[in-house]
Design a binder for this molecule. Structure first.
Ligand SMILES: [Zn+2]
Length: 75
């Protein structure tokens, strides 16, 4: 039987969002001066990710009116 690569449940690392077509934003983690993308699950109301260097977790809430910005800084 062939494997269904899109039916992997809820598990997955920080990079799994790209393959699933989840919306993402680019963010500058000022703690380490490094850019990264964080993803939002379709059924979630916020973006979740972590700094790729020091692994500091980050959540970014999305309001109902949203924001046109796609670049953010994490302080
Ligand atoms: Zn960091």
């Amino acid at each position: 039987m062939p494997l269904d690569l899109y039916d992997t449940g809820l598990a997955g690392g920080d990079d799994s969002g790209a393959a699933r077509g989840w919306p993402y934003i680019s963010i500058l983690f000022e703690c380490c001066q490094v850019y990264a993308r964080i993803y939002r699950r379709p059924d979630d109301d916020r973006y979740r990710g972590r700094c790729p260097k020091c692994l500091r977790p980050l959540e970014l809430r999305v309001g109902p009116d949203g924001t046109p910005a796609r670049m953010f800084r994490a302080r």
